[in-house]
Design a protein around this ligand. Sequence first.
Ligand SMILES: [Zn+2]
Length: 247
Amino acid sequence: MAEDHHEAIISKEVFERVQVMIQKHIDEHGIIKNMGKYHNKYPFSGIIICGECGNKFKRQTQSTGIAWACSTHLYDKKNCSMMFIKDEAIKAAFVNMMNKLIFSYKQVLLPYYDAICLLDTDENLQEILGLKNNLQRNVDRKNDLRKLRVNGFLDSAMYNQELRRIEKDNEEIRTALQNLERAEENGSIKETKKLLHFLESADMLTKFSDELFTDFVNNIYVYERTCIGFRLKCGLTLKEEVCTGTR
Ligand SMILES: [Zn+2]
Protein backbone atom coordinates (compact mmCIF):
# COMPACT_ATOMS: atom_id res chain seq x y z
CA MET A 1 0.00 0.00 0.00
CA ALA A 2 1.59 3.26 -1.07
CA GLU A 3 2.00 5.86 1.62
CA ASP A 4 0.67 9.07 0.12
CA HIS A 5 -0.91 12.12 1.67
CA HIS A 6 -3.69 13.22 -0.60
CA GLU A 7 -5.95 15.80 0.94
CA ALA A 8 -9.62 15.02 1.23
CA ILE A 9 -11.49 16.90 -1.45
CA ILE A 10 -14.64 18.47 -0.04
CA SER A 11 -15.95 21.03 -2.47
CA LYS A 12 -19.24 22.78 -1.81
CA GLU A 13 -20.61 21.28 -5.01
CA VAL A 14 -19.72 17.75 -3.96
CA PHE A 15 -21.12 18.39 -0.50
CA GLU A 16 -24.44 19.56 -1.92
CA ARG A 17 -24.65 16.69 -4.36
CA VAL A 18 -24.07 14.27 -1.52
CA GLN A 19 -26.83 15.87 0.52
CA VAL A 20 -29.28 15.24 -2.31
CA MET A 21 -28.01 11.71 -2.71
CA ILE A 22 -28.31 10.93 0.99
CA GLN A 23 -31.86 12.21 1.09
CA LYS A 24 -32.69 10.11 -1.95
CA HIS A 25 -31.10 7.11 -0.31
CA ILE A 26 -33.17 7.62 2.84
CA ASP A 27 -36.34 8.08 0.77
CA GLU A 28 -35.70 4.97 -1.28
CA HIS A 29 -34.14 2.65 1.25
CA GLY A 30 -35.57 3.87 4.54
CA ILE A 31 -37.86 0.91 5.03
CA ILE A 32 -36.21 -1.87 3.09
CA LYS A 33 -32.67 -1.07 4.28
CA ASN A 34 -32.29 -4.10 6.50
CA MET A 35 -33.89 -6.42 4.00
CA GLY A 36 -31.41 -5.19 1.39
CA LYS A 37 -28.54 -5.86 3.73
CA TYR A 38 -29.75 -9.38 4.27
CA HIS A 39 -29.84 -10.14 0.56
CA ASN A 40 -26.51 -8.52 -0.32
CA LYS A 41 -23.73 -11.03 0.01
CA TYR A 42 -21.00 -8.50 -0.69
CA PRO A 43 -20.53 -5.03 0.78
CA PHE A 44 -20.02 -3.50 -2.70
CA SER A 45 -23.08 -5.09 -4.33
CA GLY A 46 -25.24 -2.49 -6.03
CA ILE A 47 -23.44 0.54 -4.59
CA ILE A 48 -20.55 1.18 -6.99
CA ILE A 49 -21.65 3.83 -9.47
CA CYS A 50 -19.97 4.42 -12.82
CA GLY A 51 -18.88 8.03 -13.27
CA GLU A 52 -19.02 7.75 -17.05
CA CYS A 53 -22.53 6.35 -17.58
CA GLY A 54 -24.18 6.30 -14.14
CA ASN A 55 -24.83 2.57 -14.19
CA LYS A 56 -23.95 0.22 -11.35
CA PHE A 57 -20.94 -2.07 -11.17
CA LYS A 58 -21.29 -5.84 -11.15
CA ARG A 59 -19.14 -8.42 -9.44
CA GLN A 60 -17.00 -10.51 -11.77
CA THR A 61 -14.89 -13.56 -11.17
CA GLN A 62 -11.80 -13.29 -13.34
CA SER A 63 -8.82 -15.59 -13.69
CA THR A 64 -6.77 -13.16 -11.59
CA GLY A 65 -9.38 -12.71 -8.89
CA ILE A 66 -12.57 -10.83 -8.10
CA ALA A 67 -13.25 -7.56 -9.91
CA TRP A 68 -16.08 -5.06 -10.28
CA ALA A 69 -17.11 -3.77 -13.70
CA CYS A 70 -19.67 -1.32 -15.08
CA SER A 71 -22.82 -3.14 -16.29
CA THR A 72 -23.03 -0.94 -19.37
CA HIS A 73 -19.41 -1.65 -20.27
CA LEU A 74 -19.96 -5.38 -19.83
CA TYR A 75 -22.93 -5.28 -22.18
CA ASP A 76 -21.39 -3.05 -24.84
CA LYS A 77 -17.97 -1.39 -24.58
CA LYS A 78 -19.04 1.26 -27.08
CA ASN A 79 -21.56 2.69 -24.61
CA CYS A 80 -19.16 3.02 -21.71
CA SER A 81 -15.38 2.77 -21.71
CA MET A 82 -14.95 2.42 -17.93
CA MET A 83 -12.66 -0.51 -17.13
CA PHE A 84 -13.07 -2.94 -14.27
CA ILE A 85 -11.53 -2.42 -10.82
CA LYS A 86 -10.11 -5.17 -8.66
CA ASP A 87 -12.02 -6.00 -5.51
CA GLU A 88 -8.76 -5.94 -3.56
CA ALA A 89 -7.91 -2.48 -4.90
CA ILE A 90 -11.23 -1.04 -3.69
CA LYS A 91 -10.71 -2.59 -0.29
CA ALA A 92 -7.17 -1.20 -0.11
CA ALA A 93 -8.48 2.25 -1.08
CA PHE A 94 -11.04 2.09 1.73
CA VAL A 95 -8.35 1.12 4.25
CA ASN A 96 -6.21 4.04 2.97
CA MET A 97 -9.09 6.46 3.29
CA MET A 98 -9.95 5.34 6.82
CA ASN A 99 -6.33 5.54 7.90
CA LYS A 100 -6.06 9.08 6.56
CA LEU A 101 -9.21 9.95 8.49
CA ILE A 102 -7.88 8.35 11.66
CA PHE A 103 -4.67 10.32 11.19
CA SER A 104 -6.22 13.68 10.26
CA TYR A 105 -9.85 13.77 11.39
CA LYS A 106 -9.17 16.84 13.49
CA GLN A 107 -8.31 18.79 10.35
CA VAL A 108 -10.85 17.16 8.03
CA LEU A 109 -13.88 16.09 10.02
CA LEU A 110 -14.06 18.47 12.98
CA PRO A 111 -14.39 21.63 10.82
CA TYR A 112 -17.04 19.86 8.76
CA TYR A 113 -18.91 18.90 11.92
CA ASP A 114 -18.86 22.49 13.16
CA ALA A 115 -20.14 23.68 9.80
CA ILE A 116 -23.13 21.34 9.65
CA CYS A 117 -23.98 22.06 13.29
CA LEU A 118 -24.19 25.75 12.41
CA LEU A 119 -26.80 24.94 9.80
CA ASP A 120 -28.90 23.28 12.44
CA THR A 121 -29.66 26.26 14.62
CA ASP A 122 -32.76 28.10 15.77
CA GLU A 123 -32.01 30.68 13.15
CA ASN A 124 -32.46 27.98 10.57
CA LEU A 125 -35.82 27.04 12.04
CA GLN A 126 -36.98 30.67 12.07
CA GLU A 127 -36.03 31.00 8.43
CA ILE A 128 -38.01 27.87 7.56
CA LEU A 129 -41.11 29.24 9.31
CA GLY A 130 -40.69 32.55 7.48
CA LEU A 131 -40.50 30.85 4.10
CA LYS A 132 -43.58 28.76 4.87
CA ASN A 133 -45.46 31.95 5.72
CA ASN A 134 -44.45 33.38 2.36
CA LEU A 135 -45.81 30.30 0.61
CA GLN A 136 -49.13 30.70 2.43
CA ARG A 137 -49.23 34.40 1.54
CA ASN A 138 -48.84 33.45 -2.13
CA VAL A 139 -51.78 31.03 -1.85
CA ASP A 140 -53.91 33.89 -0.55
CA ARG A 141 -52.69 36.20 -3.31
CA LYS A 142 -53.64 33.64 -5.94
CA ASN A 143 -57.14 33.37 -4.48
CA ASP A 144 -57.54 37.13 -4.53
CA LEU A 145 -56.35 37.28 -8.14
CA ARG A 146 -58.82 34.58 -9.15
CA LYS A 147 -61.68 36.54 -7.60
CA LEU A 148 -60.63 39.71 -9.41
CA ARG A 149 -60.41 37.81 -12.70
CA VAL A 150 -63.82 36.14 -12.23
CA ASN A 151 -65.41 39.48 -11.48
CA GLY A 152 -63.87 41.07 -14.56
CA PHE A 153 -61.46 43.45 -12.80
CA LEU A 154 -58.41 41.86 -14.48
CA ASP A 155 -57.86 40.95 -18.14
CA SER A 156 -56.38 37.52 -18.85
CA ALA A 157 -52.96 38.89 -19.83
CA MET A 158 -52.52 40.70 -16.53
CA TYR A 159 -53.96 37.76 -14.64
CA ASN A 160 -51.54 35.30 -16.24
CA GLN A 161 -48.58 37.62 -15.83
CA GLU A 162 -49.30 38.00 -12.12
CA LEU A 163 -49.84 34.26 -11.74
CA ARG A 164 -46.48 33.52 -13.36
CA ARG A 165 -44.78 36.00 -11.04
CA ILE A 166 -46.25 34.24 -8.01
CA GLU A 167 -45.29 30.80 -9.32
CA LYS A 168 -41.72 31.96 -9.90
CA ASP A 169 -41.61 33.31 -6.37
CA ASN A 170 -43.00 30.01 -5.06
CA GLU A 171 -40.32 28.10 -6.91
CA GLU A 172 -37.58 30.18 -5.28
CA ILE A 173 -39.14 29.74 -1.85
CA ARG A 174 -39.41 25.97 -2.31
CA THR A 175 -35.76 25.68 -3.34
CA ALA A 176 -34.65 27.67 -0.31
CA LEU A 177 -36.88 25.54 1.92
CA GLN A 178 -35.49 22.31 0.53
CA ASN A 179 -31.92 23.41 1.22
CA LEU A 180 -32.74 24.38 4.79
CA GLU A 181 -34.82 21.31 5.54
CA ARG A 182 -32.24 18.97 4.11
CA ALA A 183 -29.79 20.09 6.77
CA GLU A 184 -32.45 19.34 9.40
CA GLU A 185 -33.49 15.95 8.14
CA ASN A 186 -30.62 14.13 6.57
CA GLY A 187 -29.07 12.99 9.79
CA SER A 188 -25.58 14.02 8.75
CA ILE A 189 -24.93 15.44 12.20
CA LYS A 190 -25.76 12.12 13.80
CA GLU A 191 -23.65 10.22 11.24
CA THR A 192 -20.71 12.59 11.63
CA LYS A 193 -20.83 12.18 15.41
CA LYS A 194 -20.81 8.41 14.98
CA LEU A 195 -17.79 8.56 12.68
CA LEU A 196 -15.94 10.96 14.97
CA HIS A 197 -16.64 8.72 17.91
CA PHE A 198 -15.10 5.79 16.05
CA LEU A 199 -12.07 7.76 14.82
CA GLU A 200 -11.22 9.15 18.25
CA SER A 201 -10.32 5.75 19.60
CA ALA A 202 -9.45 3.84 16.42
CA ASP A 203 -6.12 2.24 15.65
CA MET A 204 -4.75 2.31 12.11
CA LEU A 205 -6.51 -0.35 10.03
CA THR A 206 -4.44 -3.20 8.71
CA LYS A 207 -7.19 -4.90 6.72
CA PHE A 208 -10.58 -4.29 5.18
CA SER A 209 -13.68 -4.69 7.33
CA ASP A 210 -17.13 -5.33 5.83
CA GLU A 211 -18.73 -4.00 8.96
CA LEU A 212 -16.82 -0.71 9.06
CA PHE A 213 -17.44 -0.15 5.38
CA THR A 214 -21.18 -0.71 5.72
CA ASP A 215 -21.31 1.43 8.86
CA PHE A 216 -19.82 4.53 7.28
CA VAL A 217 -20.15 4.34 3.48
CA ASN A 218 -23.29 4.89 1.43
CA ASN A 219 -21.79 4.21 -1.96
CA ILE A 220 -18.74 4.45 -4.18
CA TYR A 221 -18.48 6.80 -7.14
CA VAL A 222 -15.98 5.81 -9.83
CA TYR A 223 -14.52 9.03 -11.28
CA GLU A 224 -11.99 7.04 -13.24
CA ARG A 225 -10.60 3.58 -13.03
CA THR A 226 -7.76 5.01 -10.96
CA CYS A 227 -9.82 7.31 -8.76
CA ILE A 228 -12.91 6.54 -6.71
CA GLY A 229 -14.89 8.53 -4.18
CA PHE A 230 -16.30 7.06 -0.98
CA ARG A 231 -19.59 8.78 -0.32
CA LEU A 232 -19.81 8.66 3.43
CA LYS A 233 -23.04 8.55 5.40
CA CYS A 234 -21.95 11.70 7.22
CA GLY A 235 -22.34 13.60 3.94
CA LEU A 236 -18.72 13.85 2.82
CA THR A 237 -17.22 12.33 -0.29
CA LEU A 238 -13.58 11.37 0.07
CA LYS A 239 -11.58 10.69 -3.06
CA GLU A 240 -9.00 7.96 -3.09
CA GLU A 241 -6.58 6.71 -5.70
CA VAL A 242 -6.98 3.11 -6.79
CA CYS A 243 -4.08 0.90 -7.57
CA THR A 244 -4.46 -0.90 -10.92
CA GLY A 245 -1.19 -2.81 -10.57
CA THR A 246 -2.23 -6.03 -12.29
CA ARG A 247 -4.29 -5.69 -15.42
ZN1 LIG B 1 -20.29 2.89 -17.16
